[in-house]
Write a protein that binds this ligand. Structure first.
Ligand code: NAD
Ligand code: MG
Length: 391
């Protein structure tokens, strides 16, 4: 019998992590070998009971008293019992454990970089949801992946679509990639109304159910900016090979135009379980829990150019993709801190992107930053945002 593929899920209590567990539950030959969460200990305990992983990582050291290996005792299970690991080191340990075949990087933000990088160093198959990893350290991650033989498989739905569409041609035949964007909750809002947007309005995404940070990023369209940078690193593109088109229905997840001008698109109802599953089973496709398009119903697909004036984040995304170096780390950290401040009602919605631009323009650009320089750039940009809020 072939032994099951063992998956370490970094961020199993999040939106992507929960979808991933649902995929694994429906998939023969794959097991959740390790899971991790930050603060949702009750959910972690439940997931441990249901999936009997070898390890559970409580990433926040301070919560470890409320969870212990005794929580995972399962009388019905005669395999090795589940053990608890804690903190950053616990995440790194599961990302590079020799038993692990696939690492799903589904932690949100810069916090996910270190463990994703550990997986890449060890040559694991990396199912990458944490786009911030490539935004911050694309040059380091891609060269480490090349050295270790790591295959990075995109989980982000747009990048999964591009990856799938690219299989219709050869690398040298790729002309452009077209990232689709739903436009978020303010797609048709008047520019003047955006400064008074509330947290609840900004979190109310029209087509996707996601974590808070990416939901706000979708509302500002910073998510698309991060995805432009992500696409550059994943597929070795230049910024002028990337286009963004608004597609409110979120059915066409992205497209590739080849040099003969043929455009190949990938379609499916908006459900992250499909790209997550493909990142696990690639190069194979197998039946799974994600629904199919229902062609028995009338369906409309709309496409329109984005409004760079109402959504200035997009321009930032293209600029950072072109510039590279330390600018990705700076814009990412500024955005994380600004989104956090917006969620605490300390910053207005439109100030998120304005603050990011200002911080980007004031930073000391480094063309080939080391990991330590990226960490320093991240810290610097967060401090700049805190000054911006205090001012
Ligand atoms: P989420 O907020 O729902 O979940 C985040 C996960 O990370 C949780 O398990 C949380 O416990 C963990 N976490 C948070 N901070 C941590 C820290 N400091 N250290 C360790 N663990 C920590 O987020 P999400 O929506 O699932 O998104 C996860 C990643 O996937 C993000 O990078 C996001 O951009 C990307 N992504 C998400 C979707 C989606 O549909 N949700 C789609 C595409 C890409
Ligand atoms: Mg996406």
């Amino acid at each position: 019998m072939v032994s099951p593929k063992r998956i370490a899920i970094l961020g199993s209590t999040g939106s992507v992590g929960k979808s991933a567990l649902n995929v694994i539950k429906n998939l023969d030959g794959y097991e959740a070998w390790a899971i991790s969460g930050m603060s949702q200990t009750e959910l972690l305990k439940q997931q441990a009971k249901e999936f009997s992983p070898r390890y559970v990582v409580a990433a926040d050291d301070s919560i470890s008293p409320s969870i212990s290996s005794a929580d995972f005792a399962d009388e019905g299970n005669d395999g090795p019992s589940t053990e608890l690991l804690t903190g950053r080191q616990g995440l790194i340990d599961i990302a590079r454990a020799p038993e692990v075949d696939i690492v799903l990087a589904a932690i949100v933000g810069f916090a996910g970089l270190e463990s994703a990088m550990a997986a890449v160093r060890c040559g694991k198959q990396l199912a990458l949801a944490n786009k911030e990893t490539l935004v911050v350290a694309g040059h380091l991650i891609t060269s480490l992946a090349e050295a270790s033989g790591t295959k990075i498989l995109p989980v982000d739905s747009e990048h999964s679509a591009i990856f799938q569409a690219m299989q219709a041609g050869q690398e040298k035949e790729i002309g452009k990639v077209i990232l689709t964007a739903s436009g978020g909750p303010f797609r048709s809002a008047a520019k003047e109304s955006l400064s008074s947007v509330t947290v609840a309005q900004a979190l109310d995404h029209p087509t996707w159910e996601m974590g808070k940070k990416i939901s706000i990023d979708s509302a500002t369209m910073m998510n698309k900016a991060l995805e432009i940078i992500e696409a550059k690193w994943l597929f070795g593109l230049t910024a002028d090979q990337i286009e963004v088109v608004i597609h409110p229905q979120s059915l066409v997840h992205s497209m590739v135009t080849f040099t003969d001008q043929s455009t190949i698109a990938q379609l499916s109802p908006p459900d992250m379980r499909l790209p997550i599953q493909y990142a696990f089973t690639w190069p194979e496709r197998v039946p799974g829990p994600a629904p199919a398009m229902d062609w028995s119903q009338a369906c409309q697909l709309d496409f329109m150019p984005p409004d760079f004036d109402r959504f200035p984040a997009l321009r930032l995304g293209f600029e950072v993709a072109e510039k590279g170096g330390s600018s990705g780390a700076v814009v990412n950290a500024a955005n994380e801190a600004a989104v956090d401040a917006f969620l605490k009602s300390e910053l207005s919605f439109t100030d998120i992107v304005t603050a990011c631009r200002e911080v980007l323009e004031h930073h000391n650009f480094e063309a080939h930053p080391s990991f330590e320089q990226l960490v320093a750039a991240d810290r610097w940009a967060r401090e700049e945002i805190s000054k911006w809020i205090a001012a």
